[in-house]
Design a protein around this ligand. Structure first.
Ligand code: HSE
Length: 309
């Protein structure tokens, strides 16, 4: 059994417009690194966090609580040490907390010779999400753990389905350097939805899932529409409408808020279009005077990856 593992814990884009709390996908070039080790002293410790100001106390850290949830279901006293090297900024909307909690449970499971399935790991990692935002949503941790696109068909009981990844799909993400806390952007959402909007939304969820499986890029594009959450949250994101209009005018299939924002994602067919979309979004944001990062990534169908033993 290997005692220590260095992994890549990917960023993820949740919701994908129409699928609030149920749809998400995994990125390839953006993510954190973590070193996870089994130790002789039972219990979970976090001894290093670089790149972010996050709590080192196990019960206050998303990776710590996720691993504690896993160990509770594992009937042996195990010691785990975690080092976290953050590249994904907290409050960016590309699954920063999910990368840490999913990465930590995945690595511990691997070091223990995989006693749990990836689907079981989703439930442990959700404990980290609960700590981060007050809500145990799975639409970031599921794609981080399973790779590709995932659908949470049900939360109770938890039923997560891995979808198909059309090979030419590319993601462009802009991250304006302002922090929007998931808990804040969840507080602007209304809890009642009109039947008319619900019909539109679940039509789009079905359309997106069908489009992913049939690799029908135009259907994917038509389905990337959010009539429920986006109108309420987009006001928190500077130039959201201008970015969306510019991205679609340059050939993006669709564009929306990444997770709870402030990042904005655009899906395109092919790398060339994804880069053109990145350039046009950059032009829009250059005028704002705000700092921002732009990422272009293919969809990571594998999820978390081992960097070294
Ligand atoms: N589905 C969650 C939300 C994702 O939109 O609040 C948070 O990244």
């Amino acid at each position: 059994m290997n005692k220590s593992l260095k992994i890549f814990a990917p960023a993820t884009v949740a919701n994908l417009s129409c699928g609030f709390d149920v749809l998400g996908c995994c990125l390839d070039t953006v993510g954190d690194e973590m070193v996870v080790s089994l130790t002789s002293e039972p219990g979970v410790t976090i001894t290093k966090i670089e790149g972010a100001d996050l709590p080192m106390e196990t019960h206050k850290n998303v990776a710590g609580v996720a691993v504690e949830a896993l160990l509770k279901s594992y009937n042996e006293a195990i010691g785990v040490n975690i080092e976290i090297y953050k590249n994904i900024k907290a409050g960016s909307g590309i699954g920063s907390s999910a990368a840490s909690s999913a990465g930590a449970v995945w690595a511990v499971n691997h070091l223990l010779n995989n006693p749990f399935t990836k689907h079981q790991l989703v439930a442990f990692a959700m404990e980290g999400e609960k700590l981060a935002s007050g809500n145990a949503h799975a639409d970031n941790v599921a794609p981080a753990l399973l790779g590709g696109f995932t659908l949470v068909r049900s939360y109770n009981p938890l039923d997560v389905i891995k979808l198909n990844t059309p090979k030419d799909l590319m993601m462009t993400v802009i991250h304006p350097q302002i922090e929007v806390k998931t808990s804040d952007s969840r507080s602007v959402i209304k809890h009642n939805v009109s039947l008319k909007k619900a019909i539109q939304q679940w039509g789009n969820v079905g359309g997106l899932v069908a489009g992913l499986f049939t690799e029908d890029y135009q259907l994917i594009g038509r389905s990337l529409e959010d009539v429920i959450i986006e109108p309420l949250r987009s006001i928190l994101i500077p130039e959201f409408e201008a970015v969306k209009e510019a991205a679609i005018s340059k050939g993006a299939l669709g564009c929306g808020i990444s997770g709870s924002g402030p990042s904005i994602f655009a899906l395109s067919k092919g790398e060339e279009t994804a880069n053109i979309v990145a350039n046009t979004i950059r032009e829009v944001y250059n005028k704002t005077g705000l700092e921002f990062d732009i990422h272009v990534s293919k969809i990571n169908n594998e999820g978390i990856k081992i960097l070294s033993h």
